[in-house]
Design a protein around this ligand. Structure first.
Ligand code: SF4
Length: 361
């Protein structure tokens, strides 16, 4: 089958997806990119949606082998923002026209953490109501694995999207990334709970993990399809030096970037109407990484609105960009980046996943 036929198929096998992920010559990549953009325009529109991200705590009870804020890393200064700081950050977002926020932290399941998050969600929903946002800002939570009852509490409090990255769906690779007490099956179960609770469900993987193959990435994309995932947040695997995985190194930047961009394009082609984020990690590989992500079919990006005093303590990988830029600087910089590729930001909108609307109708 020639490339054009492959790009216009209705249903994709693992082998088809692997072929698309493996494209490297310039002409084929341009065709891949063009098809991803065609589908983006047809199924999701070309607007870019902002989610102002507040990394509100780097305390984590888990020990993922690749992560810079894992609990065993004693070199990290730990912090948790006050409720007041988190709420004022969300309020700032709403005032700037960012229709949505992401509240992200390390994972904790103690009762005081759950209550803290629940209270903050309720307060944000109240203080961000305006004429432009009659239901307040949209809230995406990214606070890890919990039981179903906890997810229900977060949902009832007013969060309506949840990002829980699976990182890889390959059991052997998952075991390489996590200690024995962290199980792939439990992560999958949590994605199921989130869906049953009513959330728009987001997940994603790291791309270029040592030992990962394109066949594994193809299986990841089929997993997203089988699970009817609404949103994807994924990025290149980048080493953090103070982790057990550091000694294995990482892929060279050029092939890592191309594989990551191909993943975005192929997810857009196979999954069509979902939301896909151009993540900050792409910008850690190359300075215009987020623009490139958008130009391969992504439609969401996440300006960092974490107060700059603590931002450098939330580093999951080395070379994380935008550590010192204030919120205003970030706002104009990012808008310039989006407009530089001929796209525009949809302000004062939640920017929900069209896939979610279709699956609940
Ligand atoms: S990846 Fe998430 S859960 Fe794992 S150690 Fe880092 S913050 Fe904790």
């Amino acid at each position: 089958m020639d490339l054009k036929q492959l790009l216009y198929k209705e249903n994709y096998s693992a082998e088809d997806i692997e072929s698309l992920l493996s494209l490297r010559d310039k002409e084929s990549i341009t065709q891949l990119q063009n098809r991803a953009n065609e589908i983006l325009n047809e199924y999701a529109g070309d607007s870019v949606y902002y989610r102002g991200i507040v990394e509100f705590s780097n305390l984590c009870s888990l020990d993922c082998y690749y992560c810079g804020i894992r609990k065993s890393n004693k070199n990290v200064g730990r912090y948790t923002l006050s409720g007041e700081d988190i709420i004022s950050s969300a309020k700032w977002c709403a005032e700037q026209g960012y229709g949505s926020v992401v509240l992200q932290s390390g994972e904790r399941s103690d009762a005081s953490f759950v209550e803290f998050v629940e209270d903050i969600i309720k307060e944000i929903k109240t203080v961000t109501i305006s004429e432009k946002l009659p239901h307040g800002v949209g809230i995406t939570l990214s606070v890890g694995e919990h039981d179903k009852e906890t997810y229900e509490r977060f949902y009832k409090a007013g969060a309506h999207r949840y990002l829980l990255r699976i990182e890889t769906t390959n059991d052997t690779l998952y075991k390489k990334l996590h200690p024995d007490n962290q199980k792939l099956e439990e992560r999958k179960q949590c994605l199921e709970y989130l869906r049953e609770t009513g959330f728009q469900v987001g997940t994603g993987v790291m791309i270029g993990i040592p030992g990962q193959t394109t066949a594994m990435l193809a299986e990841d994309i089929l997993f997203f399809k089988e699970q009817d995932i609404d949103m994807i947040g994924m990025g290149p695997y980048l080493v953090h030096n103070q982790t057990p995985m550091a000694e294995e190194g990482q892929m060279d930047k050029d092939p890592l970037l191309q594989l990551s961009l191909n993943m975005i394009a192929v997810c857009r082609i196979v999954l069509k109407d979902i939301n896909i984020a151009a993540t900050t990690a792409l910008q850690a590989v190359v300075s215009d990484g987020r623009e490139r992500g958008l130009s391969y079919g992504a439609n969401v990006t996440m300006p960092n609105i974490t107060p700059t005093e603590v931002r450098s303590s939330y580093k999951l990988y080395e070379g994380k960009p935008c550590m010192d830029e204030g919120r205003q600087e970030c706002k104009s910089c990012l808008l310039g980046r989006v407009r530089s590729i001929g796209r525009d930001v949809a302000f004062d909108q939640w920017g929900d996943s069209k896939h979610f609307a279709a699956r609940i109708s």
